[in-house]
Write a protein that binds this ligand. Sequence first.
Ligand code: IMP
Length: 194
Amino acid sequence: MAESREKVSVLISQAELEKRIKELAQEINRDYEGKDLLLIGVLKGSFMFLADLLRYLDPKTAVDFMGTSSYGASTQSSGEVRITKDLEHSPAGRHVLLVEDIVDTGLTLRYLVDTLRARQPASLKICALLDKPARRRVRIGLDYYGFIIPNAFVVGYGLDYQERYRGLPYVGVLEETGEAESTAGRKDASGSKE
Ligand code: IMP
């Protein structure tokens, strides 16, 4: 079975996450002082990060969610992303902070930023917990980020591998020790980010 061959080794501990998220929240509170902030979480991966960040933000901060899924590996190159859940309220005229779990190629984020810009928010910034710049395919600036990580497949703290491992309280590197299918091949082909 695949389970017996998978091993997760800690990359970012629970304590490190907590410390960094408090710092990010302080920065965000400072930058948005006197403004009504709307956090838009990208499902599913960002749910834990968003929840923890929100605990330290100004209590008037509003929250909405968007769900997306990428098309298969072959069409990912075009940056084609499908919205599986749209916002409940219009972001027009709002100060929006898009909250992502991880930026890898950047194609999902590029699509989301273009989609949200077209809806005319008063401002739009990006906050990602993890930045994996090694595989970036589009230029995209992150206004806030938690950690820069190496080119490895990570799970935990909201991030999954085939819907598993989201509940881990830390971010870990998923390693496969068996001789079965190649890890890289399987993960690259998984287009869903929901
Ligand atoms: P991008 O469009 O290539 O930047 O991919 C972004 C999405 O792919 C993220 O929001 C994640 O859902 C997923 N993803 C990318 N890298 C990883 C990883 O290392 N672990 C888990 N999910 C990942």
